[in-house]
Design a binder for this molecule. Structure first.
Ligand code: SF4
Ligand code: SF4
Length: 235
């Protein structure tokens, strides 16, 4: 893939958000427990991930990615897709966000049901009530225990990591790039305003993602991120 630097607006938010946070070296020495509650990818990330998949380069030690999925089936299998509204009328724009699914303790992919106020609330409730269930993002190199357990296995890693992902758009989901800790395993939690700015910057910098995605899968709209949903259907 041709990788491009993040647009200025995205870079400015990342630089500000990462100031004073843990370093890449801290994350290398960590067991990646944050990946039991991952961020999201945007369409550009998903297209790059699909390229890796098609080249047979998506590999982890305790799960096999089946061969031969088309783009639409690949997305349906590995992501929960939402339309996230950003900005106020008349400047409202939406962005397609792709939440990576987790693997269960018996190796099944877990989809977060389209109920409740938001994806995150529903996911937190489901995994919080059933801590045995979630063994981390499907794009981890191997399973992770549910937060806050820590097996201290620093050989675990994101199989989508790219050396340039801190500054360039790659297969590494952009919201995972945004995520950071203040101290190892102490997540920095964004306020509602910071999250809104982040989503807005992505929607403006990578425009028309909903339309572009629908053109790719020739499908009708899915559910909305904020729970003010229309049809609660996955693409
Ligand atoms: S839990 Fe925090 S320190 Fe550990 S890998 Fe994730 S972001 Fe880095
Ligand atoms: S995509 Fe990578 S960084 Fe993001 S949650 Fe999954 S394993 Fe972690």
């Amino acid at each position: 893939m041709n990788i491009a630097p993040y647009p200025k607006r995205v870079t400015a938010i990342l630089n500000k958000w990462h100031t004073g946070a843990v370093t890449a070296q801290d994350c290398m020495a960590c067991s990646s427990s944050c990946c039991s509650h991952g961020g999201f990818a945007i369409l550009e990330n998903v297209l790059a991930i699909f390229e890796l998949y098609e080249r047979g380069e998506l590999k982890r030690e305790d799960y096999r990615f089946p061969e031969g999925l088309c783009f639409r089936d690949f997305v349906r299998t590995y992501f929960d897709v939402f339309w996230c509204p950003t900005g106020r009328w008349p400047w409202r724009k939406q962005i397609a966000v792709f939440h990576m699914k987790s693997l269960s303790s018996d190796g099944q992919l877990i989809s977060i049901p389209p109920v409740g106020e938001s994806y995150y609330e529903t996911r937190n409730a489901l995994f919080g009530e059933n801590p045995w269930l979630n063994k981390g993002c499907v794009f981890l190199s191997k399973r992770v225990e549910e937060w806050p357990s820590d097996d201290k296995d620093a050989t675990r890693r994101c199989i989508l990591h790219h050396p340039a992902s801190a500054t360039h758009l790659t297969q590494k989901p952009i919201d995972c790039v945004f995520f950071v800790c203040t101290e190892p395993r102490e997540p920095k939690v964004p306020t509602g305003d910071v999250s809104a700015d982040w989503h807005r910057a992505l929607a403006v910098s990578y425009p028309n993602s909903v339309e572009r995605f629908l053109a790719l899968v020739e499908e009708t709209p899915a559910r909305q991120e904020d729970g003010a949903a229309t049809a609660p259907t996955n693409p």
